[in-house]
Structures are given as C-alpha cells and as structure tokens.
Design a protein. Sequence first.
Length: 414
Amino acid sequence: MKRLAIITFILILNSGLFFENVFATQPPFKDKSEIELVESVPAETILERSELHHAADVWLKMFGEGKKTIDIETFYFSNQKGEVLEPILDALKAAALRGVIIRIIVDSSFYAGSEHSVDLLDGIQNITIKKLNMKPIAGGIMHAKYFVVDGDNVFTGSQNMDWRALKHIHEMGVRVKNDQIGYTFEQIFNIDYMLCDNHDLSLIQGLLSPKKLQAINNLNPVNFETQDYGKVTLYPAFSPEPITPKMLEGELESLIRIISNAKDKIMIQMYSYNVKNNFTQIDDALRAAAARGVKIKIIFSNWAIRTDATETIKSLSSVSNIEIKFSNIPEFSTGFIPYARVEHCKYFIADNDISFISSANWEKGYFYDTRNATMIIKNSRINADLQSVFMRDWNGDLTESVDINKVYEPVKKK
C-alpha cells in the first residue's frame, strides 16, 4: 500500500457533529485519488437521461485495468445469455487468464435457493469462489455489493452482479480510487473470506483489531482532491457490528447522526422501509428532523408496499415537512421481467454537502445481522449530482404521492 501524507487530526469533543470545520485546516491528500457516482437505470424510462456513468461501463473498465487482484463480495450473480452482464463475466475471465488473482464471495443461502450464475466462473485458473453463510455468524445474510481492484480501486453501492440490475433496475453506487479506502474494504473482505470456511468468531479477532488498520470514521475521514469534484472528504461504514473492526463505523450509527444533524433538507431514495421488531430509530430521527423544520422528501419503491410497512409509510407521510412518493417502473416493451423494473437505490443526501450511498435497506435486520457497506461523502458537487437524480425521479412520471386513504396492493415481482 502506498504511503500517504501524515495528517494531524484535531479531536472534537462532540462526536455527534459531522465533519467539523477543523478539517478545512488540514492539507489535502496528494495521491491520485478518484471518485465518481455510478448509476444503473431501467431502459425506456426518464431515468435514462442521467449523465452519470453507467455501472456496466465502469465495471468493464475496472476489471479490464486490473493487474494483480480483484476481490468481489456480492449477494449473488445472475446472468442471462446475450445480456449486459455477460461481457463483464468475460472481462473477469480475461483478467484471470492474464494472471490476476480473483476471489469471490456470494451469499450461501441465495446461492442454495435459486441463482447459480457464479458457477460460470468456477474452475477457471486464478478464480476462487466461496459462499458465506451469515446465519450462524450474525443471523442474517451477506447482502453487501462491493469489489476492490488492485487494492485501491473500490466500487460499492446497491447493484448486485445481476444483468437486470444493469439494465432494468434503478441503482446507485460510487467508485473510489484511494489506497486507504481500498485497504479498509480489503480488511472487510478478508474477514468474510475467512468466515466462509469457519464460523468461529474467535479466529477473526486479529482482523477485527488489526494494528495496520487506521481508524477511518466521521472524526478521522479520508481527504483528497480531484479535478472534477475538488476536495472530497469521505469514510465507509459497515454492518453488522460483531464482524466489523472496532475502529470503523456502523451504518446505522452514521445514518442516525447525519439525519439528526441535518439543518435544511433531506432527500431519500430507498427500496424498503419498516419499523417492525421495535426498530424505530430511523423513523424517530426523521420525525424529529421534520419537527425542527427540515424539509424531507422520500421516494420508496413500490416493492416497499407490504401491509405493515405501508401503514408506517402512510403515517410518516402525514407528518408536517415530510413528503413521500411511491415509484412504479413500467414493464419493458418485450413484456414482464421477473425481479426487475424497480427502484432498488439505497441513498440519501442531507443539506447541500452530505451523501450516503449504501447497500442496506431500512429495516432492522440489514443493520443488526446482515453484512452491508456504505460510503459517506462530504462534497457539494456530488450532493448536487445526487439531488439531480432524485429530482428527475420526483418530478417525473414514475412517482406518485402516497395517499393515506388508498388501499395499496403488493406488486408482482415474479
């Protein structure tokens, strides 16, 4: 790992504050760091007007440039012959043939139950595939979607390695090229890679408190300069707590703090939402923010329509300063596609500079017993780009305001 300039960080007593002005006095990192938002858009919709880079293009470039290693941790792979994921699988095969060492982790329960497309990469020299069973470890699933190329080029977001996620689903991710961020994600990968073979948490204690892993969190973020975005300040967060290094931050902790410190506005695009099992932290934080005058707009996918969840969403939409819409992606011109044509994004922005891009849905299990990953970014231009994505959807023909008197029926998924 390249050595970065040593930064003197000023401690702040109030840990509830997010990215205090003290960071403005720190010199920027002088390495060749990069960042870009990475979107997937459903074909034949207004969302295709986005100017952000598309995931399929970014993934092909990242894998094509890989020289030494590619580590992928994703919920599952799903390929259909002749579709957009196939060239990406070919790029991974080509990388392996030129000597790149590729390690892949997928969720064991999803693999066992339905989708075996990862087997298309099985048996290829330099590619190792493992399945992670999170049930005996923390009780949930392996739901993260990220990969690291050559130790410093990271993608993370809501996109699964699924042809539908690249062509028929609205998704949001981010690519960050930075050795500190890359090293941090590699440590998470190494923890999970070890747990694929042995669920004994005592065996990973050294990885949970590694001497070389710098604390990267809201008090000690990564800073760098880019040509397109200027100064960028960011840090990752992960779930669940039992298998996340102590010096890193939890996703729910970060999420609640950002909402609690928002001053003017919050815009959220989220796949699902629920307060069952006494999980009210996010709901309470949103209501409290609205009560102090923060203007909140939320787009939920129509797949969030479930009896208990819908009543919660209706209740939230009745709060002053909160507006909520459901999205509805119409069928593709060739007909119904199972498990597609949906808003699967998991991101939000706060005020004019904070962006939160994640793989976690807003339900209890995704934070407490499931592996997920998030990138939290402070940068006004990135925030503005995400706001443009949000408002294009908000003002377009794919969304409609929640009606508290309407009886909503679950939509067809398969």
